[in-house]
Design a protein around this ligand. Structure first.
Ligand SMILES: Cc1ncc(COP(=O)(O)O)c(C=O)c1O
Length: 394
C-alpha cells in the first residue's frame, strides 16, 4: 500500500527479529555484537550494510532511524550522527581533498560556514561563496576542480529560500564529479525533499524538528546513491561522530509526531508573521509565506507551507532587540529551533555577534533583528507574549 509521508512518519520500517512486529523500535544499547565464526566476523568489516559488529560502524536502532529518514527524503540509504555538525563534517570531509573547489551559499549555518572557512584556511580547499539569488552565480563559479555545491533549503535567520532545482541544474556541467549537499534542517522532509530536485545528499540536524522536543543532539545524512553513502561512511567511522542508540530512539519517537508538529508550527508561524507585519514597532518581517518576502514565488513552488521560523526587525535597533528578548515570558530566550517550545533569539548579540555592522548588513541581519522559531503552543498565547514584549520596546 502506498502511504503518504505523514503516515510513514508513524509507521517507519521496524526491524523484525521474530514473527511479530514491535510498533516501537527496540533500543539496542550494547556497543558490541558477537559472532559464531571467524569468517562471519571478518565479513562484518566489509561496509555499512555488513552484520552489526561495533556501534561506531552501525547499530540496529541507529539503522532504523537512518531508514526512517531515508524513506521520508526518498533516498537510497542514510547515516546517522551524534549531531548535525557530525553529519555535515562527515559528508563534506568525506567528499573533498586538498586542491578541490567548493561552491557554497553565503548565508549558511555558522558551524558549516566555519567548517568551510577552516577547509579554505588550513586544508587547501578553495571555497567560493555565492548569494544563491541567481543560478548564474553557480555557473560562473564552476571550475574543473569543483567537487561540492553546498546549499540550505531555508537559510538562517534571513529565511532565504534559494531556487534549489535551478541552482542544482546550473551545476550539471560539472557532474558527476560534483555532488550537491543540501541542509534540509529548517524544512524537514515533509515540506521539501531536495533529492527530488537533483541533490545528491541531504543533511539534517536531528536536534531540531526530527527530535522535536529540545532533548537530543543528533544528525543524519540521506544519500541518493549507495556509493556516496559508502564514501561518507568510510570517513564517518574514522571521524567517530556516530549516533548514540538512545538518541536515535528518541529521534524516531519524536518523528512519529513530526507531521502534526510541523503543520501546527507552520500555521502559527504564518499567523504570527502576519500580525507582526501589522505592528508599528516592526519594520520588516522575513517569512517565506508572506507575499512581501523576496523569495515568496520560489517558496510557493518549493515549500508552500512556509516553514516554522521567521525573523523580524525592530525599529529601535540593537537595544530594542535585547529588550525584546528579555521581555518575552513564554518564548524561551535561546538558540536552536524546531522544538515544541517557541524559541527567541537576537542574532546580532549572540549567534552572529562576530560579524561587524557591514557583515551583518551583507547577511541581511539588522541590529534589531529577532529570530522566532515557533513551537506548538497556542498561537494566541504566543501572540500575547510577543505583543507584551513589543510594548516594552516602543
Ligand atoms: C541549519 C542547521 N544545520 C546544522 C546545524 C548543526 O546542528 P547540531 O547543532 O545538531 O550539530 C544547525 C544548528 O543549529 C542548523 O541550524
Amino acid at each position: 500500500m502506498s502511504l503518504r509521508p505523514e503516515t510513514r512518519t508513524v509507521h517507519p520500517p521496524v526491524p523484525q527479529p521474530s514473527g511479530s512486529k514491535p510498533l516501537g523500535v527496540p533500543i539496542y544499547q550494547g556497543h558490541v555484537f558477537a559472532f559464531e565464526g571467524a569468517d562471519q566476523m571478518a565479513a562484518a568489516f566489509d561496509g555499512p550494510d555488513a552484520a552489526f559488529f561495533y556501534s561506531r560502524l552501525g547499530n540496529p536502532t541507529v539503522r532504523a532511524f537512518e531508514e526512517a529518514v531515508t524513506d521520508l527524503e526518498g533516498g537510497t540509504a542514510g547515516l546517522a550522527f551524534a549531531s548535525g555538525m557530525g553529519a555535515i563534517s562527515a559528508v563534506v570531509l568525506g567528499n573533498v581533498r586538498a586542491g578541490d573547489h567548493v561552491i557554497a551559499q553565503t548565508c549558511l549555518y555558522g558551524g558549516t560556514y566555519s567548517l568551510l572557512r577552516d577547509l579554505a584556511e588550513r586544508w587547501n580547499v578553495e571555497v567560493t561563496f555565492i548569494s544563491g539569488a541567481d543560478a548564474a552565480e553557480v555557473r560562473d563559479a564552476l571550475r574543473p576542480n569543483t567537487k561540492l555545491l553546498y546549499l540550505e533549503t531555508i537559510a538562517n535567520p534571513t529565511t532565504q529560500v534559494v531556487d534549489l532545482p535551478a541552482l542544482i541544474e546550473a551545476a550539471a556541467p560539472a557532474r558527476p564529479g560534483l555532488i550537491c549537499i543540501v541542509d534540509n534542517t529548517f524544512a524537514t522532509p515533509l515540506l521539501c525533499r531536495p533529492l527530488e530536485y537533483g541533490a545528491d545528499v541531504v543533511v539534517h540536524s536531528a536536534t531540531k524538528f526530527l527530535g522535536g522536543h529540545s532533548d537530543i543532539m543528533g544528525g543524519v545524512a540521506v544519500f541518493a546513491s549507495p556509493e556516496l553513502r559508502r564514501r561518507s561512511w568510510d570517513h564517518a567511522i574514522d571521524l567517530g561522530a556516530s549516533a548514540d542508540p538512545f538518541a536515535a530512539w528518541l529521534a524516531l519517537r519524536g518523528m512519529q509526531t513530526l507531521a502534526l508538529r510541523v503543520e501546527r508550527q507552520c500555521a502559527s508561524a504564518g499567523y504570527l508573521a502576519e500580525r507582526l507585519a501589522e505592528h508599528p514597532a516592526v519594520s520588516r518581517v522575513a517569512y517565506p509565506g508572506l507575499p512581501g518576502h523576496p523569495d515568496y514565488a520560489v517558496a510557493r513552488r518549493l515549500l508552500p507551507a512556509g516553514g516554522a521560523v521567521l525573523a523580524f526587525d525592530l525599529d529601535g535597533g540593537r537595544e530594542a532587540g535585547r529588550t525584546f528578548v528579555e521581555a518575552t515570558q513564554l518564548c524561551a530566550l535561546t538558540g536552536s529551533l524546531g522544538s515544541v517550545h517557541t524559541l527567541v533569539l537576537h542574532p546580532a548579540s549572540t549567534s552572529h555577534r562576530q560579524l561587524d555592522a557591514a557583515s551583518l548588513a551583507a547577511a541581511s541581519i539588522g541590529e534589531g533583528t529577532i529570530r522566532l522559531a515557533v513551537g506548538i503552543e497556542h498561537r494566541d498565547d504566543l501572540w500575547d507574549d510577543i505583543e507584551q514584549a513589543l510594548a516594552k520596546v516602543t
